[in-house]
Design a protein around this ligand. Structure first.
Ligand code: FMN
Length: 189
């Protein structure tokens, strides 16, 4: 059984972002894949305090000093064979909820634990406005994922104008990702 963690953020449970993650889940769903869905907007995640001299204590302990939902989610990602990040695009970036989580994830994993390194993941950015900023959002994700040594298998931009055909593509992407988790990723890096 392969485990996939799908972590997403938008305050809207029936909006563009939610539709995108549902399409991805529909493609992934099979008896051989266990999916854990994490809706960040429902979690308590404080932002990084940049404690100590700025490097925090996480670079020595691998743990964040803040006691909230962060650690449980981090554990789910560590256990996962595959990870999918789905965010609404705000200000040409990931949502503030995602940023708070992602900053702390990078701190703990990139500076000390290296437990996410080499995992293959997918980034999905959902822009419901002009569509501008979709690529910048995914670039922000990829920058942090690269710091952690993760490998981005696909980057999928969804805007309200391509919604119909991208939802179909996301279903297919889920199927392909599930297949690759079992049969290998055709990636040389
Ligand atoms: C604070 C804020 C900033 C936004 N910035 C952008 C943006 O830079 N580009 C864009 O196309 N849409 C932008 N939007 C629109 C969101 O992308 C859109 O509401 C969301 O992706 C739709 O997903 P949802 O249905 O899950 O809310 C912004 C929305 C908010 C609330």
């Amino acid at each position: 059984m392969k485990k996939v963690a799908l972590i997403w953020s938008s305050p809207n449970k029936d909006g563009l972002t939610a539709s995108a993650k549902e399409s991805m889940i529909s493609g992934l769903t099979s008896d051989d894949i266990e999916i854990t869905e994490i809706h960040l907007n429902e979690k308590k995640i404080e932002h990084c305090r940049a404690c100590g001299n700025g490097w925090g204590t996480c670079n020595k302990t691998g743990n964040c000093v803040i006691k909230d939902d962060f650690s449980d989610i981090y554990d789910i990602l560590i256990e996962a064979d595959g990870i999918i990040f789905v965010s609404a695009v705000y200000w040409s970036d990931m949502t503030e909820c995602f940023k708070a989580f992602f900053d702390r994830l990078r701190r703990c994993d990139a500076t000390k634990n290296h437990l996410l390194a080499d995992k293959r993941c997918i980034i999905v950015a959902c822009a419901g406005g002009t569509g501008r900023g979709t690529l910048e959002c995914m670039t922000q994700f990829e920058r942090g994922l690269t710091h952690m040594g993760m490998r981005v298998y696909d980057r999928i931009p969804v805007v309200r104008f391509n919604r119909d055909y991208m939802l179909e593509a996301l279903h297919k992407a889920g199927e392909c990702y599930a297949d690759a988790l079992y049969n290998g990723f055709d990636m040389y890096y």
